[in-house]
Design a protein around this ligand. Structure first.
Ligand code: PLP
Length: 455
């Protein structure tokens, strides 16, 4: 029983953790986004031997030090595509860990499986993909990997005999998780045709069709198109309806990597015309649905392909129920067997705030990006590097070269008021602000410009 806690101990420690969490949230605005700490200092702070004898409550006190050396998710954090960690979602995560459901199959976790399935189909409908089913994954990378495994199995079955050569098409702006998936699937990164983009960073459909025709003529087998619904760098959305037509004409799978962008369909559905014609769609809850990492969603139109791809069940795990609900197993449609209850945070957050609050936050992010673009265009020392379709804004300081802009970015982030990341846009170093932060206000948008000019 040495690991066991008394009810009283748990209650006291949990209250302390929640108190520390509350203090952290209350002090977010005053914290520098990036802690002033070196790698060596961080190592010294945490380079402690695992104690033979427990520290008891003193172990909890160290959480404060962890927060002190963490990057803060404040209103001025605009780096990468990282959601802002909505606190109701965080409470859901805590409770999910306490319940410790293993979301393998209905019989292991009736409420968790039911909630995950309801959440996935509800969100699918909300973004315009009614009738799709799917599941939650740890991130967009694993959702893209699973989607491409399904594409491969549907066009060039590989589960028994191993992978055969097949070609996948995506724009030059496609996320690195796609070539990584092709490597893992045995298709190889050279199986990826990187199709050029237009001035707005959308895939050139003419070049795509030409590449497919060329591969066919050479005896190669096209298997999938990966469309972007929000490219990682500039937020461009490929012409999904046209890509759906090309995919249908060529009998290839259409996966839409909407890890970043698809939540914007809650506000601007017209930008995503054709999304419902995809075979699979990924959407990250820990990006633009503001959830704590890790929660991503993979949707598919036809669950039988998911089962063909992922079902391989030992006797010990076989369901003994024929009931369509009670006999359901996620492991028949997924890479993972043990799965955490990651639906709870997003489900709780959506139920607490309501979809309207999410629409409003996403609309505010879209407006913030447009405002920043306008401020940059009005500022002679700054130059906008790409059109702003969603919430990513790429720009540079015109007074210096790429190296000077890289140094500038480091100075901006070291100042701690706003945090930007970097990207390469048409070969040029770019500063990049991405609004997927429910805490950001107009003042934070204006601070981007003033901080960059000051730095
Ligand atoms: C377009 C796109 N796809 C996929 C991913 C990978 O998602 P994750 O980081 O959740 O694995 C990202 C991450 O930024 C992304 O922006």
């Amino acid at each position: 029983m040495a690991l066991d806690l008394s009810d009283e101990e748990f209650r006291g420690l949990a209250a302390r953790v929640v108190d520390l969490a509350s203090v952290h949230l209350e002090s977010l605005a005053d914290r520098p986004i990036m802690p002033a700490v070196t790698g060596a200092e961080a190592e010294r702070a945490f380079d402690r031997a695992i104690p033979e004898d427990g520290l008891g409550a003193a172990a909890i006190d160290q959480l404060e030090q962890i927060a002190a050396l963490a990057r803060a998710g404040s209103a001025g954090f605009l780096g990468y595509v990282l959601g802002s960690g909505e606190p109701i979602g965080a409470l859901g995560d805590l409770y999910a860990s306490i319940l410790n459901q293993n979301v393998t199959a209905w019989r292991s976790s009736p409420s968790a499986v039911t909630i995950e399935r309801a959440l996935v189909s509800g969100l699918a409908e909300a973004i315009g993909c009614a009738g799709f089913t799917g599941l939650l994954t740890s991130g967009g990378s694993s959702a893209n990997l699973m989607a491409l495994a399904m594409a491969r199995e549907s066009r060039l079955p590989a589960n028994e005999q191993g992978s055969q050569p097949g070609i996948v098409y995506a724009s030059s702006e496609t996320h690195m998780s796609v070539p990584k998936a092709l490597a893992l699937l045995g298709l190889g990164r050279s199986a990826l045709r990187r199709i050029p983009v237009d001035d707005a960073f959308r895939i050139s459909v003419d070049d795509l069709e030409a590449a497919i025709a060329e591969d066919r003529a050479a005896g190669r087998t096209p298997i999938a198109i990966v469309a972007n619904a929000g490219t990682i760098v500039t937020g461009a959305i490929d012409p999904l309806a046209r890509l759906a037509a090309v995919a249908a004409a060529n009998d290839v799978w259409l996966h839409v990597d909407g890890a970043y962008g698809t939540p914007a369909a809650l506000v601007r559905p017209e930008l995503f015309d054709g999304l419902d014609r995809a075979d699979s769609v990924s959407l990250d809850g820990h990006k633009w649905l503001y959830q704590p990492v890790e929660v991503s969603m993979l949707l598919y139109r036809d669950a039988t392909v998911a089962r063909q791809t992922f079902s391989f069940t030992d006797d010990y795990a076989r369901s003994l129920s024929d009931d369509p609900l009670e006999g359901f197993s996620f492991f028949d449609e997924s890479l993972d067997l043990s799965r955490r209850f990651r639906a709870l945070k997003l489900w709780l957050s959506l139920r607490y705030h309501g979809l309207a609050a999410f629409r409003a936050a996403i609309a505010a992010d879209l407006e913030h990006a447009q405002l920043l673009a306008a401020l940059i265009e009005a500022e002679p020392d700054l130059e906008l590097l790409a059109p702003v379709e969603l919430s990513a804004v790429c720009f540079r300081w015109v007074g210096g070269d790429d190296e000077a802009n890289a140094a500038l970015l480091q100075r901006v982030n070291a100042r701690g008021r706003v945090y930007l990341s970097n990207a390469t846009v048409r070969g040029r170093f770019s500063l990049r602000a991405c609004f997927v932060n429910h805490r950001s206000t107009e003042a934070d948008v204006r601070a981007v410009v003033s901080e960059v000019l000051t730095a």
